[in-house]
Design a binder for this molecule. Sequence first.
Ligand SMILES: [Ca+2]
Ligand SMILES: [Ca+2]
Length: 216
Amino acid sequence: MGAVVGTLTMQTRQRPSRARDKVDDELEMTMVSHRPEGLEQLEAQTNFTKQELQVLYRGFKNECPSGVVNEETFKHIYAQFFPHGDASTYAHYLFNAFDSRNNGSIKFEDFVMGLSTLLRGTVRDKLEWTFHLYDINRDGFINREEMTEIVRAIYDMMGKYTYPALKGDVPKQHVDTFFEKMDKNKDGVVTLEEFVIACQEDENMMRSMQLFENVM
Ligand SMILES: [Ca+2]
Ligand SMILES: [Ca+2]
């Protein structure tokens, strides 16, 4: 998602004409007139400054004039960044993780809250966010099927050019290794605490998590 923000930011910084400036100004005015309280509140709730929030908001409105992102938009954005793989499944899970209200659309507030965690959050914040991404059915546990789903989705997204040596069963090996390390009490599910402890005590695990983070 860092890449997405980079793009959004780049687009808002390119101001080739007066017309573009005017549009930007209008967007800013719209924002200022419609959501001054929202912005103040977001500044308090996130790790972004007001200026950063304004840039993000302008980028968001450029990309999504309706003010909300639906899953199709998300998939479209991800397909552009991972042209050699199939990002649709991962984009689906990622969308659900951003869609904290679970209503099928991501508003600017949802988007910024997620970004704040992923870009500026503490290690614990990031791990919690990642845990919720993996917990597909939102029952508070990661089971082996959920982990398999996500890891497979990431491999699909990266495509064969990124991991040319990949064989068909690598996701399963990856999942088995992860799962054995995480499921400390061997009850078949990974709790948030097990997840956090395993990630923090194992450098490789953390590096893998950072890989996932870069994928955002
Ligand atoms: Ca679950
Ligand atoms: Ca367990």
